[in-house]
Write a protein that binds this ligand. Sequence first.
Ligand code: FAD
Length: 133
Amino acid sequence: MIRLFYLSQATRGISDGQIQSILESSRRNNLGIGLTGVLVHGGGMFAQILEGPEQAVLRLYLKVVDDSRHGNSSIIHISPADEPMFKNWSMAVIESNPLEFQHIAHLRTHRMKALPAKEFGDTMREFLAMLNA
Ligand code: FAD
């Protein structure tokens, strides 16, 4: 399996209803193809982790990248993974405030070079702990 993490800019004025619709499609589609993950929305941005069989993750990313509800998508991290980080979530949507979002948005600075798996894992764990606090 692989894990892919990308950041993108939400389309201006995206509504709660549109985000709900993304969540509903994701839950309906992801389970059947063995995908899990998390979608974070905050400060006009999306961050999504998709994990599962390589072909399924890449195919879905190609579909999602064309979705007009966001743009400027960039892959921040992609790597083989031994087990899912979000194994209980076909797709969870987390609403985050812009400050919390900054915690993961800084990973964008790694865009042109390899992001060490440990740094990625640590950042995501800290971010989720912050959201749960
Ligand atoms: P449906 O679920 O039947 O489509 C539902 C409705 O969504 C449509 O009626 C339409 O109003 C709207 N819609 C569908 N496609 C688009 C589009 N390209 N642009 C604008 N509106 C559209 N899908 C997943 O399956 N799994 C994911 O994890 C996932 N993550 C996403 C993350 C982000 C940030 C975004 C923006 C989209 C994500 N999507 C995800 C949605 C994906 O891009 C497709 O819209 C969806 O997979 C289509 O599902 P469906 O064929 O079952 O259509």
